[in-house]
Design a protein around this ligand. Sequence first.
Ligand code: UDP
Length: 318
Amino acid sequence: MRVVVTGGAGFIGSNLCERLIERGDEVVCVDDFSSGVLDNVRHLTESPRFSISRQDISAGLTVDGHVDAVAHLASPASPPDYLRRPLETLAVGSRGTENALELAFRNGARFIISSTSEVYGDPLAHPQRESDWGNVNPIGPRSVYDEAKRYAEALTMAYRRTKGVNTGIVRVFNTYGVRMRADDGRVVSNFITQALAGKALSIYGSGEQTRSFCYVDDLVGGLLAMLGSDEPGPVNFGNPEERTVTELADLVCRIVGSDAAVEYHALPQDDPTRRCPDISLAGRLFGWAPRVGIEEGLRRTTAWFAAQPEPDTAAQLC
Ligand code: UDP
């Protein structure tokens, strides 16, 4: 297959590009490098089946030659990233998604979009099922991401219904692993870089809020399953092992072998109190289930961060 990956130089995008190249596909990695990093994909440029196209897909998206599939992943995704660039986040969720859908339409290509557990907002039901409508503050600071993704889902379904595009919506729950940016401000990257530097771990709020952390290789397996199917979704992909932020801090300290203290900071506005995916649909459709537990995943991620030159340990507070 010839696959266009928007956001292909980002954290999840670059892991997807790598797996597509490994299995023999041709990949066009589209990125504007606003949050993606060339180093994430430099090793792939050795393959004649891999190319990079620098484009801001909110302004337009042109890819020469036939395209079999579009994996639309482009967006700022960590809270500090999207809070820093609210208008760009809305633009890529709306105009960027439209341009990616048009590319799929012109080519008769399969289209998948990485949506997010954020569409559930501060969830009213637990664990979150695809049939839940979500509880989102449409005017809060986080809405630039949540509502952009909700609009992107609506647009995707409209293209499916009116233009017959073979679309699939993936709802990605908190994902971590190799090639996260040390400075992206997410809890896993913050805790690991802080623990490695012997600095206090920054807990926002009481630390009693929960998240369910999925290792990136597992998520990419889900994306490939969706890409290879005609399933419209939405389908949740995540690891239902739910942890409080405090439990995560303890785990990271244990794995890094650090006795770093914790430091409490204000909880960001509209920060969801609980999050855990119901993944029974992914299991029924694809036999998909995550394989990498949190301890193993954190070990791999810690080893990767430790091997990076001069990690940026700046915790970016919301
Ligand atoms: N968080 C934290 N310390 C940090 C970064 C995040 O306690 O240094 C909290 C954050 O408030 C949230 C959870 O960890 O409750 C997950 O945050 P993250 O930004 O990783 O993902 P998201 O909020 O998008 O789920």
